[in-house]
Write a protein that binds this ligand. Sequence first.
Ligand code: TYD
Length: 227
Amino acid sequence: MDVVGVEPGRVAEASGGRFVTFEGPEGAGKTTQIARLRARLESTGQAVLVTREPGGTPLGGALRSLMLDTGQLPLAPIAQALLMSADRAQHVASVIRPALQAGTVVISDRYVDSLYAYQGFGDGVNLGSLKAISLLATDGLLPDLTVLLDLEPSLGLARKRQAHEKGVSELNNMDRRPIEFHQRVRGGFKELALAEPSRFVVLDATAPADILEWRIWRSVEAMIRVR
Ligand code: TYD
């Protein structure tokens, strides 16, 4: 099924950098693994930029709070998709692409696959339309590698709730959606990965952090060697 098939020739950027994204349902441990990957890359002397969506630019910060802060009015799914895409357009133009052109490895905590999984599979926005919007927003920039940390949503949400109860982090509007929504999101991510096996590496997020770190590092090293 060509859900989000790669546009031939659009992946490879005419730049020295590499673009790695992390995806997955809530509470899958992306933050920990991104920090570990950054440390490994930096220890080899590689310039690294860690960023995130939504929120990797000043515009993104404002959009993020409009979309995710509790107390905000609920957004129609298409409005949310367009705001997420506006955030992404600004992020690609002002942060990601310039860094790639400077030879940096850019690691983004979420990118376009989150749009397909949450607004598409989760909320039922038409995937073909999301793909068209994304082509415009990103000018065709796709990651060289996408790490999908797969997790049963009830486990991830329980992790987030515990952190919330300890005062470590807040629960946002997405975290408060019903479990069925999060299950559709998880299934969506898996389907996206199946459609593009050469871009995705899918890992079981319940594995010990050291093992995940090693598996991610092997994939990143291989990706760096290829280009
Ligand atoms: P965040 O607190 O960053 O959650 P996480 O730590 O799980 O990444 O919140 C980002 C939320 O925004 C997350 O629930 C996924 C959602 N999202 C979308 O719905 N669409 C998108 O295009 C992106 C990038 C994120």
